[in-house]
Design a protein around this ligand. Structure first.
Ligand code: DI6
Ligand code: FE
Length: 401
């Protein structure tokens, strides 16, 4: 083996055993980037390096399964306007909001986008995030979306993080298609999805199904095009109102339906049947001063897996911390600390279709893990700003924490 961690407490996040998947074993071994052995240190096979962990806790690498962290500029002025009384919808309808970030992002080069996203993704990486999903949606033309997706992939070479890229062309209607929304949807289906799929620049396709964005019928056309090109789908669903998006997503075997404050029983039941993950985003909930809570009890009742993500974006969740979301998932949404931690590990992996290789500490999975100076895993949810990883491992190797 390449590395043995000894005298460690394992919060594997596997199901069916102790809380947090706490394993009795006191050692874990990595070989060729994978978890190769779990057991007692005394019986461990030979390892090139051994790290004494002094009873510290090891969790899986954290996974931020919903971000829009590649964009140019910021929306601090809009934040001020909102504090002076304007609503998110009103600002969007007046050409601000998403479209103001589109203008800035179109004007930026790929290198500038990488440079501006780097501090955000670096902050996530420093707190133990080893997989980040990044959505496009601020280019809204073929060149702009491709540039953004290339920038997202380029970040992988600068930080020790696996990037999953999602095409979110149906985020807003670009100015050149104003008043011709269906023509834009046609363009996305006929030109953009095929080109992005051919270039291998996206792992999935997402859309914003909302009264200020796209209808179910328009989203469905994009979902058909995505699946015809071998791409899985996800959806921003029922964030500001109930549009029946969750059921539509489930009907297309979506990996996840995200936000969900306004989802109803039928939507949740459909998600349960399809195995679609509910991605809850407490950052956007708080930033928009939303009062409608996502129906956590209903999701639990139907056994829908709940993931938690940062939604890092310039308009509704400018937060570069996943551990903050873990805390907010408990304080705002009343998840238990164990549910919140599962939400940024096991269930987040599933929301990205990566559950076979990521999300828990199990034999054969990629050796992405974080070592913490804590007495119990609940401490990661209990407070914020307190915990920095002692060590971060990616593909079995220690990376700078
Ligand atoms: N819902 C959101 O909360 C973000 N996108 C979306 O579809 C907001 C993105 C932005 O305001 O820039
Ligand atoms: Fe989002």
């Amino acid at each position: 083996m390449d590395l043995l961690l000894a005298d460690v407490r394992l919060a594997t996040m596997e199901t069916g055993g102790e809380p947090y998947g706490h394993a009795r074993a006191s050692a874990i071994g990595f070989a060729e980037g994978r978890i190769a052995w779990i057991g007692e240190a005394a019986h461990a096979p030979a390892a090139s390096r051994r790290l004494e962990c002094h009873g510290r806790w090891l969790t899986p690498g954290l996974i931020d399964c919903h971000t829009h962290l590649v964009y140019a500029g910021n929306r601090a002025r809009e934040f001020e306007m909102r504090l002076e009384g304007a609503t998110y919808e009103a600002i969007a309808q007046a050409g601000g909001g998403i479209l103001s970030t589109v203008r800035a992002t179109r004007a930026a080069s790929e290198e500038e986008l990488v440079a501006q996203a780097l501090p955000r993704i670096s902050r996530l990486a420093a707190e133990g995030v080893t997989v980040v999903e990044v959505k496009s949606g601020y280019g809204l033309d073929l060149e702009g979306e491709m540039k953004l997706l290339r920038a997202a992939r380029a970040l992988e070479r600068l930080v020790p993080v696996t990037v999953r890229a999602t095409l979110l062309a149906l985020h807003a209607t670009p100015p050149e298609f104003a008043g011709r929304v269906d023509a834009y949807v046609d363009f996305v289906c006929d030109e953009m999805i095929p080109a992005v799929a051919k270039a291998g620049l996206a792992d999935a396709v997402d859309a914003f199904c909302e009264h200020i964005a796209f209808t179910r019928a328009q989203v469905e056309r994009a979902f058909r095009a995505a699946r015809a090109h071998g791409l899985r789908v996800k959806l921003h669903a029922e964030q500001l109102s109930n549009q029946g998006g969750a059921a539509l997503a489930a009907a297309h075997e979506a990996l996840s339906a995200d936000h969900l404050e306004f989802v109803d029983d039928a939507g949740v039941a459909a998600m349960a049947r399809a195995g679609t993950v509910a991605v809850l985003l407490p950052g956007a909930f708080l930033y928009l001063r939303e009062t409608q809570l996502p129906p956590v009890a209903l999701l639990r009742q139907h056994g829908v897996p709940i993931a938690i993500a940062s939604d890092n974006n310039p308009g509704t969740s400018p937060y570069s911390s996943l551990l903050l979301m873990v805390n907010l998932a408990c304080t705002a949404f009343r998840l238990t600390p164990e549910e919140a931690l599962a939400g940024v590990t096991r269930h987040a992996a599933r929301a990205l279709g990566m559950e076979r290789t990521h999300g828990t500490l199990a034999l054969g999975k990629q050796a992405d893990a974080v070592l913490w100076e804590i007495g119990h895993p609940s401490e990661l949810a209990y407070s914020f700003g307190t915990h920095r990883p002692v060590a971060i491992f990616r593909r079995g190797a220690e990376v700078a924490a």
